[in-house]
Design a binder for this molecule. Structure first.
Ligand code: APR
Length: 311
């Protein structure tokens, strides 16, 4: 393949993302993890599935970064997932340390790469990656909004008994309890859901979306969601690799947009060959603005925790 994507962390999210990337034949894939044998074993297992799945993507597993050199995109899933009773924010000190070390290596070997951050707490980890990489802001982004929107879409389709393909949904803000699903901009075949279901049902779906990650954690008990997070990260990667210019909600560095400065938070952006090619500012109602402000405040709090940790 003429494109190369490295996935750091060969755990649940990372290995599933690698599988989706190669089965869509988007690129060659390098899986990197600190556990000896795991990235090599998973890469070999996926390679052995290739004849049946009918793709020619090459997969490599490694414990170092040499094989990742000159990647077009690096998806970072390294870190610990949460367990029942934990919030994403509880992961901050462990994952900030991992993120800093990983990103320094990534930046050394792939100075032109686009970084897609997946590790939680997402918005805070984007700040760590941005600082540690020294990359321009168009090449550092976090995966959250695509996942949160996909969850909202799945719930809308279940509620109305319609195809998921007919659904569109928008979720802004940080990737936490304060995320901001926008029912006005969420549609079925172009019709806003506010026309299709009563307010109490919309409220219930919005709440379920905000708790979507925790719902999976409470069912799995030993870790967090990975199929949908991997799908979401790969949708972002695909838009960049193919220069599709899809509009997707991603965590990006704001410098005045939506009234926020020096802050990573989820907003709609255009993703193409140059990474984040445009930040799209949509009009918000006063209530939506207040909800986004609350979400931004939560990310600011985590930034303060990071500065106390020295990250
Ligand atoms: N370098 C490379 N890999 C690392 C490092 C490191 N410094 N530290 C940890 N890892 C690896 C672990 O060895 C493990 O294989 O990261 C992998 C994480 O995989 P899982 O434990 O299965 O976690 P996963 O469910 O994939 O979630 C990873 O994504 O969605 C977020 O909240 C989630 O922060 C978590 C991350």
């Amino acid at each position: 393949m003429d494109k190369k994507v490295t996935v750091i962390g060969a755990g649940n999210v990372g290995a599933t993302a690698a599988q989706r990337l190669c089965e869509k034949e988007l690129c060659d894939v390098v899986l990197v993890d600190i556990i000896e044998g795991v990235p090599q074993g998973k890469a070999l297992d996926l390679t052995e599935a290739a004849p049946v799945e009918k793709h020619d993507s090459h997969l490599t597993g490694a414990n170092g970064y040499e094989d990742s050199a000159n990647s077009d995109i690096v998806i970072i899933t390294a870190g610990i997932p949460r367990k029942p009773g934990m919030s994403r924010d509880d992961l901050i000190s462990t994952n900030a340390g991992i993120m800093k070390n990983v990103v320094r290596e990534v930046a050394k070997y792939s100075p032109e790469a686009v970084l897609i951050i997946v590790s939680n707490p997402l918005d805070a980890m984007c700040h760590v990656a941005y600082d540690a990489s020294g990359f321009p802001k168009n090449r550092v982004m976090g995966m959250a909004g695509v996942l949160d929107s996909a969850r909202f879409r799945a719930f809308i389709a279940m509620e109305l008994n319609v195809s998921v393909e007919n659904t569109h949904a928008f979720v802004l803000g940080g990737h936490g309890d304060t995320m901001v699903p926008l029912p006005r901009y969420s549609t079925v075949a172009g019709i806003p859901i506010t026309e299709l279901m009563p307010q109490d049902r919309i409220d219930a779906l919005v709440k379920r979306t905000a708790n979507g990650g925790a719902e999976i954690v409470s069912l799995l008990k030993t870790g967090s969601a990975y199929y949908a997070p991997a799908s979401a990260a790969v949708e972002m990667a695909e838009s960049i690799l193919k220069d599709k210019k899809k509009i997707l909600p991603c965590a990006v560095y704001l410098e005045g947009e939506y009234g926020f400065k020096d802050l990573f938070i989820g907003v709609p952006v255009k993703l193409g060959a140059n990474g984040i090619e445009e930040i799209i500012e949509i009009k918000l109602t006063d209530d939506e603005k207040a909800a986004l402000q609350k979400s931004a405040d939560a990310v600011e709090e985590l930034k303060e925790v990071l500065s106390k940790l020295g990250s």
